[in-house]
Design a protein around this ligand. Structure first.
Ligand code: IVH
Length: 687
């Protein structure tokens, strides 16, 4: 009995570790979050029954340590250096000049270029493949011991795995960071809990890693990418590229966005390219690190007191700037939430003119003490709305005026209410024009019904002219309604310049035809998009997909569900369940839903098991190269039909889908007598 328990525990640990590696190292998850949690729960239960089976590096032991009263200091055996900066192409070329002179070479130098992540530098020490200590960079010589906190980061393997034996000692350096998505989610949670918001992903990562209680760190979506090393004993690298390629083989995450550049021209080209792409990356970066690739050359170049001569950080334009708050006004969103917005003296922030910035809510205004007339630091990151980071208090003029959100809605004059335990104040009038407009805009947005071309101005005019009252009315619009709709157009020069002139212009036949086609195309949608489009409080895109799966794409099931049934769905909590039931129980909401369906909106249940083609209970393993789809797509196809995609073959595997290059897994499948399908046969099966 104990033997099999031990065997199962080992298997579960291996599966969980492997799942982490697939997710964090290869960006190619092979199991869903739900499946991951199931494995972890099974392991926890097993270890509770058999405490003797618990190992220090079991995935259940990531959060173990008790809160500390302070963080101990640790000395770095090899100093953690920082980097000199290059502010433009010219300074990068000057760096290249110095490198060549020092090395006495004329031809191009190979540079390994990596994005400069904006997080917190840490050191991870592995002894005999075991994670034994982690610390912050500190002043480069001594840092703080954050081992217990780093253990909670799933991207950090507690033991190194793989075919290449790990070295006896490996001191790694890397950057702990939080993705923009993770940051937004974290701040949403904090706003709901009435806690102060983090200013940016960098601060949230740094704050999370330096917690005294590892449980707090465990709740933060921290990631890490490794990029360097200190002392290494038992393994020799010859180039930075080789180093970066070796780490994933041990299960260590490396940012895949690196590039080997032959000569400084290629490096400069990458520097420019990356700056144009930076907003589209899922995390903040503030430059490109250019490193001499050859480690022998690195040694010859050596270092100055605090930074190496073999590397430099090519910095990007700042994403922050200071300007003056000329006014503060409340804007009203589709849920009635009042958001204070700072109207700024226009300022260039990283190449974009910014004239508005969010102040989030009253608590944030009070905490930062932002007043009209203040000089403030504003920041934009990615496609996120610019925000006010802090006040430059020394520059505060005597007349600077504190701001308070109004007690009545600035749009409709209705009462504004802020529940005692919430940070958000809302206009209580569901018919408030700002809310109505917001609901329409949400309904037609990309992730929802995706009606292309129906811009803000058109929606506003359709509402004002009384042509649309509920979202269902969109599907009643006629060609004439649209062709004759007059909207305000700015004619002549740029909108912001003086001397502009505005004129009412009918949309015309061409635009009307296009819009009607877009509206018509949106009739074919999915359950998840439809539910998301309805704009139910707390039901975002992800939860809509969860509901789609749970209801198997059947809208009637959702409409009939009570809170108890909803709460039984994994990921649906009491707040969401109550909000949903309140929404579906409302007669006018039901009428709009019925209207939409009667007007030809059709829900095709892509993610729900299609009747007759169900793969429910079937486990698939993919191996070799797939030619017609990615692994991820294949996995989604299986999961959408109720099946399970696994990474390793066992007697419980139902099918192995083998493409060219399939190796040991195919052999194992044959050995175990598991059915083997070609990619074509698999596609035929799921069709
Ligand atoms: S190399 C000796 N590579 O930048 C080389 N640093 O100013 C030292 N950073 O403290 C660092 N991404 O926090 C290196 N790919 C990368 C980096 C990176 C971010 C940070 C790191 C370091 C700072 C140096």
């Amino acid at each position: 009995m104990n033997d099999s328990a031990a065997g199962r525990a080992a298997q579960l640990r291996a599966q969980i570790d492997q799942a982490n590696i697939r997710y964090y190292v290869h960006d190619d998850p092979t199991i869903s979050d739900v499946q991951y949690d199931q494995l972890l729960r099974e392991l926890e239960a097993l270890e509770q029954q058999h405490p003797e089976l618990v190992t220090p590096d079991s995935p259940t032991q990531r959060v173990g340590a008790e809160p500390q009263s302070e963080l101990a200091t640790v000395a770095h055996r090899a100093p953690m250096l920082s980097l000199a900066n290059a502010m433009d192409d010219g300074e990068l070329r000057a760096f290249d000049g110095r490198v060549k002179k020092e090395l006495g070479i004329e031809g191009p130098v190979d540079y390994l270029c990596e994005p400069k992540l904006d997080g917190l530098a840490v050191e991870l020490i592995y002894e005999q493949g075991r994670f034994v200590q982690g610390s912050t960079r500190g002043d480069g010589t001594t840092g703080e011991d954050i081992t217990a906190n780093l253990r909670t980061i799933r991207a950090i393997p507690l033991t190194l795995t793989g075919d290449v034996a790990p070295p006896a000692l490996l001191e790694l350096r890397g950057e702990v960071f939080i993705t923009r998505e993770g940051f937004a989610q974290l701040n949403r949670q904090r706003a709901e809990a009435g806690q102060p918001l983090f200013a940016n992903p960098r601060n949230s990562a740094a704050g999370s890693v330096r917690q005294l209680d590892p449980k707090v760190t465990a709740g933060r979506p921290l990631r890490i990418y490794c990029y360097g090393y200190g002392l290494v004993d038992g393994h020799a690298f010859s180039t930075q590229e080789q180093f970066l390629k070796t780490l994933p083989q041990w299960g260590l995450p490396v940012n895949p966005e690196y590039r080997l550049c032959r000569g400084i021209d290629e490096a400069v080209e990458f520097y420019q390219e990356l700056e144009t792409r930076r907003d589209r990356l899922p995390y903040d970066i503030d430059g490109l690190v250019v490193k001499v690739n050859d480690l022998g050359q690195q040694t010859r170049l050596g270092q100055r007191s605090r930074s190496p001569r073999w590397a430099i950080a090519g910095k990007f334009q700042a994403q922050q700037a200071t300007t003056i708050v000329e006014d503060i006004q409340a804007s009203v969103g589709r849920t009635g939430a009042l958001t204070p917005v700072a109207h700024l003296r226009p300022v260039n922030v990283g190449g974009v003119t910014v004239s508005r910035a969010t102040l989030h809510n009253q608590d944030e205004i009070d905490r930062k003490d932002v007043r009209v007339g203040d000089t403030v630091l504003v920041q934009r990151a990615g496609e996120v709305i610019p925000e006010v980071v802090q006040v430059i208090t020394e520059k505060r003029p005597p007349h600077a005026k504190p701001y308070h959100l109004p007690n009545t809605c600035p749009i409709c004059g209705h009462e504004v209410y802020r529940p005692p335990d919430e940070v958000v104040a809302r206009c209580l009038n569901l018919a408030c024009p700002a809310q109505v407009r917001g609901r329409f805009e949400h309904f037609i947005s990309k992730g929802a019904m995706n009606i292309d071309g129906l811009g803000e101005k058109i929606v506003e005019r359709l509402i004002a002219s009384g042509k649309i009252k509920t979202v269902a009315d969109l599907y009643r619009l006629t060609f004439d309604d649209l062709a004759t709709l007059e909207i305000e157009r700015t004619v002549g020069r740029m909108e912001t310049e003086a001397g502009q002139s505005k004129k009412m212009v009918a949309l015309g036949d061409k635009v009307a035809t296009k819009l009607l086609a877009a509206i018509d195309a949106s009739r074919q949608t999915t359950f998840a998009r439809f539910i998301y489009a309805l704009g139910i409080r707390n039901v975002g895109e992800h939860l809509s997909r969860v509901l789609e799966r749970a209801c198997q794409g059947d809208l009637e099931r959702l409409l009939a569900a009570d809170t108890e049934e909803l709460e039984a769905i994994h990921e649906v909590g009491a707040t969401v369940a109550q909000g949903l039931v309140r929404f579906t129980g409302d007669q006018s909401n039901r009428a709009v839903i019925r209207d939409l369906l009667a007007l030809g909106v059709q829900l095709e249940a892509v993610e729900a098991p299609a009747k007759g083609a169900g793969l429910s209970g079937k486990t698939f393993v993919f191996t070799g190269n797939l030619e017609q789809m990615t692994r991820r797509e294949a996995r989604e196809l299986v999961e959408a039909r109720g099946g399970r995609a696994a990474t390793s073959i066992s007697s419980r595997t139902d099918y192995v889908v083998a493409g060219p290059g399939a190796g040991s897994k195919l052999a194992k499948a044959e050995e175990l007598g598991v059915a083997v399908l070609s990619e074509g046969e698999f596609l035929e099966m799921v069709k």
